[in-house]
Design a protein around this ligand. Sequence first.
Ligand SMILES: NC(=O)c1ccc[n+]([C@@H]2O[C@H](COP(=O)([O-])OP(=O)(O)OC[C@H]3O[C@@H](n4cnc5c(N)ncnc54)[C@H](O)[C@@H]3O)[C@@H](O)[C@H]2O)c1
Length: 262
Amino acid sequence: MKRYEGKTALVTGGANGIGRATVRRLAAEGASLLVLDREKETAEEVAKEVGGRALVADVTDTAALDTVLRDVEADVLVANAGGTMASSHEMLTADLFRLEIDLNLEAAYRVTKAVLPSMITKGRGALVYIASVNGLFHVGNPGYSAAKAGLINLMRTLAVEYGPRGIRANCVSPGTIDTGNKSWARRRQRDPNIMATLTKWYPVGRVGRAEDIAAAVAFLAADEAGFVNGANLVVDGGLTAGIAPMIAELVVEDKPIPGGGA
Ligand SMILES: NC(=O)c1ccc[n+]([C@@H]2O[C@H](COP(=O)([O-])OP(=O)(O)OC[C@H]3O[C@@H](n4cnc5c(N)ncnc54)[C@H](O)[C@@H]3O)[C@@H](O)[C@H]2O)c1
């Protein structure tokens, strides 16, 4: 028995990157897929590949989003569409700030509102939000980080409010995932070896793959994770567990220091 047989999963931003890997993973485990994305052609291609349905809308366009989500029912929501435009506070205009909040936070709220009624009727459902390590500490992109921090706490409110009705809410917070998305493409232009450069920050010795996140989503949304509710599963190869390059600077002895000291 596959874990997702008989279940419908809606994945936003499902046409590329983490979303596409999640679509493929859930489909491989038996789910019927709704692939929501603003990229019509790619969304249709991915939906076709898994025998699912494409829903084409920009998640920041509230009218278009409401239209494609009208009457949509899902057992699983993966609110994944997101991204960032401004890497520093200086770069962050009021318009960009609003856009980053709309894309990374408000859209997740709206999609959740659309799928909740059918979940409430059935008395079960799983909500998974793709947040980021940016929601936990400062690693650039202030507007995006604020939105992701908000998303993590929005998830907690949902977990508490809807848990009693059989609906669980959780987040996955990825570290660097080499999806080739627009912000990574820009950084790659500046430093073609950006992923190798970043690897030193990752205790596991590599940056992440979209499939690493898809696996975490597939766990959180499955019935076997029935007692996992309100969790923020950090999938970052140990990045936020410590500051590896700083620790390397601190290690001066390969033997204990007699008498100790900080
Ligand atoms: N890649 C990383 O390093 C990384 C790290 C932490 C968190 N994340 C988060 O993971 C999620 C997916 O990121 P990714 O790297 O796979 O990105 P990606 O750019 O590869 O894919 C994002 C998908 O979302 C779609 N999308 C973007 N804006 C949209 C909009 N307004 N309306 C509808 N669809 C839209 C895109 O068309 C694309 O298909 C995002 O929420 C991102 O913040 C990514």
